[in-house]
Write a protein that binds this ligand. Structure first.
Ligand SMILES: Cc1ncc(COP(=O)(O)O)c(C=O)c1O
Length: 462
């Protein structure tokens, strides 16, 4: 009998969490059950997910930013169906296929002069791995600088550039020669670069873990220092790129011209794993320096046809729907609607970010009664307060968001870039309700405790 997806989905309905607990890992199911996030999603459309009971959820996580165009974008799914039906010869390998050439051409045309070549990858982390290798080969140096709180992926090389101990612990020794510098600190960077032995400074234009921004004047100074000391500047745009911050690449906010740029996430509209490392011809030629070295850096699936088709269709949809400028405009309207909440609610200290990468920063309130409550919550677990926002946003208003990082009271919003006035308004009203409940006190805390208790009970029975 041929494989039938609909039959499998129907026949095994509801077994999701049991299967993951048994065959993948029991930890994520435990977390989701504890928080009451254990839903059975049936489908997605635009900015929304729908569960098995037909309930609608506003998805402000967008698959960690991959669904920039929203879910179920017809132009992407149509292009993928067409590619499958055409049954084009995929991954011939001893071949130069047209589609990767076209996607590379399109990406080069969208970046600054000096970016001339593209290496396709299967993920963001693999794009970073490529950047590390190319930078070392091109400069004949081995040291790499990265920032505190940085996140560049979890493969071993990328992990060597991770600024959070919680990710690194127990996986060492990691790549030698990688050193941390404080994000946004020009003097610290200058000190390290002065040794003239650094191959690359790898940095996120806005850090994903915490939605941290450096001062505006940091960027030109950092670029100038890198140039002076012949260190390659690598901007990791895996999360910030592809319109997320209201520019195609976030570093355009500061008119930077980095030597290497990595992208991934939204490049295929969320459908097929893909990433890209983009660099100059000179850097590329230092790796592919002779016919003997034609395949010295490659990966079997990296130019797979479905990823390339989805990438081309995504870039076309970006242009036709004016996605980048739309993200900028919606981002501005969103920030304008959120900022008044900072004055109204003591717990909300700051709204930061750019475009549709937004961090809601929570902190200790000023009034005595609220401070006592804040301290009691934080005593239970550092940064527990941000869960007290994320959980009721989900349960009361069916909005999916995330805590930006471990040990940080920052809630991160990554809406699809097609989100508009309706979604912004719905979110702001919902946050207003949750913050007002948090300010008033006991009901929300009781609700939160009940969710956690119910989740724990559910777990112990599972
Ligand atoms: C800035 C940045 N770089 C790299 C990565 C790693 O990408 P991937 O998960 O596709 O390996 C991420 C993932 O979130 C990221 O945010």
């Amino acid at each position: 009998m041929p494989f039938e997806l609909s039959q499998v989905l129907e026949g095994r309905r509801g077994e999701n969490f049991r299967l993951h607990s048994r065959y993948v890992s029991p930890q994520l199911p435990r977390v989701l059950q504890t928080l009451g996030f254990d839903r059975f999603y049936d489908r997605g459309e635009g900015c929304y997910l729908y569960d098995s009971e037909g309930r609608r959820y506003l998805d402000f996580l967008s698959g960690f930013g991959v669904f920039a165009l929203g879910r179920g974008h017809r132009a992407i799914t149509g292009a993928l169906h067409e590619a499958l039906d055409a049954d084009l010869p995929n991954l011939v390998q001893m071949d130069c296929a047209l589609l990767p050439g076209l996607l590379a051409e399109a990406l080069v045309s969208l970046t600054h002069p000096g970016i001339e070549r593209v290496v396709f990858t299967n993920s963001g982390a693999e794009a970073i791995e490529s950047a590390l290798k190319f930078a070392r080969r091109a400069t004949k140096r081995d040291r790499i600088l990265y920032c505190d709180h940085a996140f560049h992926g979890l493969t071993t090389g990328a992990l060597s550039l991770n600024g959070g101990a919680e990710f690194r612990d127990g996986f060492g020794p990691l790549l030698p020669g990688c050193e941390e510098v404080p994000f946004g600190d020009v003097n610290a960077l200058a000190k390290q670069l002065a040794r003239d032995d650094v191959a690359a400074f790898v940095v996120e234009p806005i850090q994903g873990k915490g939605v941290n921004l450096a001062p505006d004047d940091y960027w030109p100074a950092a670029q100038e220092l890198c140039r002076r000391h012949k260190t390659l500047l690598v901007t990791d745009e895996v999360q910030t790129g592809m319109g997320r911050t209201g520019k195609f690449l976030c570093h355009e906010h500061w008119d930077l011209r980095p030597d290497i740029v990595t992208i991934s996430k939204a490049l295929s509209g969320g459908y097929i794993p893909v990433g890209a490392m983009m660099c100059s011809a000179e850097v590329s030629d230092s790796v592919f320096s002779s016919m003997d070295r034609a395949v010295v850096h490659s990966s079997t699936f990296s130019t797979n046809q479905l990823a390339m088709v989805a990438g081309l269709a995504t870039l076309q949809a970006f242009e036709e729907e004016d996605i980048v400028d739309r993200a900028r405009r919606t981002g501005e309207a969103f920030a304008k609607a959120l900022i008044p909440l900072v004055d109204r609610y003591e717990y909300l200290h700051e709204v930061r970010g750019k475009g549709l990468m937004i961090g809601l920063v929570f902190g200790e309130p000023t009034s005595r009664a609220l401070r006592v409550r804040w301290k009691a919550i934080e005593a239970m677990r550092t940064a527990l307060f941000s869960q007290l926002i994320v959980v009721p946003l989900f349960h009361r208003h069916r909005i999916l968001t995330q805590v930006a990082a471990d040990n940080m009271n920052v809630v991160k919003l990554l809406p699809p870039l097609v989100a508009g006035e309706e979604e912004v308004e719905y979110f702001v009203d919902a946050l207003d309700d949750v913050l007002s409940a948090a300010q008033k006190g006991s009901a929300l805390f009781f609700e939160f405790a009940k969710t956690i208790a119910k989740g724990s009970l559910h777990r112990s029975r599972a």
